[in-house]
Design a protein around this ligand. Structure first.
Ligand code: GLU
Length: 509
């Protein structure tokens, strides 16, 4: 078998949707698994849909995710250029070849004439209202006009397109690596435009020509392209490339959380989750759509979530590194049915990755956020903060927001705790607790805990009468990680100081 070569072929029509990232990921996994190449090709034949900044966005998204093509747009390689508008000169010859072999034809119909055709077919109640083997005979094209007329039209420079001559009655068979064997009646296909008079090929021609010239062995793409596959099958045959035709794998759609239809940007806006890998600023409106990266997701979590959206490893394993995914991936385990996107599960992945990240790495990420807040702290201290906070956080910023008292004495105090727990006798108890803590020689978590427990036992007090108020004085909060860990980290002096100032504050309140 020839070397596996897959390609991700996005159109630069806007930001890359997470479904696009999943396609790129599967292309990458399959290529790596088989020791092959993964390419990036930009499909920009429809220049009217070109969006400024989209190509850079695609490159940056793949870079952030770590699914790096080893060949392609922005990278280089032996099969370039890798942007279709830069390959413009290549396609015409194949369109001409198809005309010569009788598999394509010139069509001169104006848009009004095409509209009239549609209206007429509607009136006649025709089942198919497309440009096809039947309707083409009533239109203005090189199959109905004489050779002289065609030459005349061309010489005059009348606008034309080149259309594929789809056989009237034929069964088109092909295998899909995910969907199995597929049969389509050619009568259901229309005579797709392959080439436009502006000198640009359409998606169909450019896609097939490029996949052939770039020696692509596996075309892996979203299910929305399945209806185009029979047209592509015909093109491979008509161009004489059937022997080396790539295999197809059409990936299941990513569905809305309730399963009703394809996941769209609007669902994200409505339900409050990103559908894009990175923030995207619309060049026309200036509106910003949020991305997973900027929300604080780790790329590993994002990729792991995407990998399992439509693929399963066949057992219960859920956490996979990129290398493990390469190892485990296969098309047999890609589902045919659409995959429901689950924002909570996405968060769950992030939490797993977060907790599995060493404290020192989390500290590296937290330090710049602290700096922005004007907080200077030693790496070692921040390491320990991460150790205490990571179990209760999903993102790096949560450690700052949730654990701010580990960096600054509280200035605000949880109202509910104050109302429910702070009693007349509390100040006296806290004064005594202070004295007890002051006597703790080695101010470590376990010693503080022992002293605290002995303290409440001797006085016949419950945890609930002492701990919440103690926490309130030291952290300002009603809940949080172990108070003993917090105290050990803050140190005796700071804990006692905070107790003093809190007591003073409440006494004067
Ligand atoms: N250019 C198509 C897209 O934007 C790619 C289809 C394919 O991979 O063949 O999704």
């Amino acid at each position: 078998m020839s070397k596996v070569r897959t390609r991700f072929a996005p159109s630069p029509t806007g930001p890359l949707h997470m479904g696009g990232v999943r396609t790129a990921l599967y292309c990458y996994l399959f290529a790596k698994k088989h020791g092959g190449d993964f390419l990036l090709r930009i499909e920009d034949t429809d220049q009217t849909r070109y969006v400024e900044g989209a190509e850079d966005y695609i490159l940056e998204s793949l870079k952030w995710c770590g699914i790096i093509p080893n060949e392609g747009f922005g990278i280089g390689g032996d099969f370039g250029p890798y942007r279709q508008s830069d390959r413009k000169e290549i396609y015409r010859k194949y369109a001409d070849q198809l005309i010569e072999s009788g598999h394509a034809y010139y069509a001169f119909d104006t848009s009004e004439e095409l509209e009239q055709m549609r209206e007429r077919l509607v009136k006649e109640g025709a089942a198919d209202r497309q440009y096809n083997a039947i309707s083409r005979l009533t239109m203005k094209n090189s199959l109905t006009l004489s050779a002289d007329e065609v030459q005349e039209h061309l010489a005059k420079g009348l606008p034309y397109v080149i259309r594929l001559k789809v056989p009237g009655k034929e069964e088109i068979h092909f295998d899909d690596l995910i969907r199995g064997s597929i049969v389509v009646q050619s009568s259901s296909l229309d005579d797709k435009v392959l080439f436009k008079s502006d000198g640009m090929p359409t998606y169909h021609l450019a896609n097939v020509v490029d996949d052939h010239l770039m020696k692509i062995t596996h075309v892996i793409r979203g299910e929305e392209w399945l209806p185009s596959a029979p047209t592509h099958i015909l093109l491979y045959r008509f161009l004489g490339w059937e022997e080396s035709r790539p295999e197809f794998a059409h990936l299941p759609l990513i569905l809305k959380p309730d399963g009703n239809g394809k996941l769209s940007k609007r669902d994200g806006d409505r339900l409050g989750f990103p559908v894009f890998p990175l923030n995207w600023t619309d060049p026309e409106t200036g509106n910003v759509s949020s991305g997973y990266r900027e929300q604080g997701y780790f790329k590993g979590a994002f990729l792991n979530m995407l990998a399992l959206l439509g693929w399963n490893p066949g057992d219960n394993q859920e956490l996979f590194s990129l290398d493990e995914l390469v190892e485990a991936f296969s098309f047999e385990k890609v589902n045919k049915a659409g995959a429901k996107f689950d924002p909570n599960k996405t968060k769950w992945f992030q939490e797993q990755y977060f907790r599995n990240t060493p404290n020192s790495e989390l500290a590296e990420l937290l330090l710049p956020l602290l700096k922005e807040e004007g907080i200077e702290q030693k790496h070692d201290y921040v390491d320990q903060v991460c150790g205490i906070m990571k179990e209760r956080s999903t993102f790096v910023k949560d450690m700052l927001v949730g654990g701010i008292y580990l960096f600054k004495a509280p200035t605000e105090f949880d109202e509910t705790t104050l109302r429910k727990k702070w009693k007349d006798e509390t100040p006296a108890i806290m004064e005594e607790l202070k004295a007890t803590l002051n006597d703790v020689k080695e101010f470590k978590s376990q010693m503080i805990e022992d002293a605290f427990k002995a303290f409440i036992e001797v006085r016949g007090l419950g945890f609930g009468a002492v701990l919440p108020n103690f926490r309130l004085l030291v952290t300002g909060q009603g809940m949080g990680p172990s108070m003993f860990d917090i105290c050990a980290l803050l140190g005796k002096e700071e804990v006692l100081r905070r107790m003093d100032s809190g007591l003073e504050k409440f006494a004067n309140a």
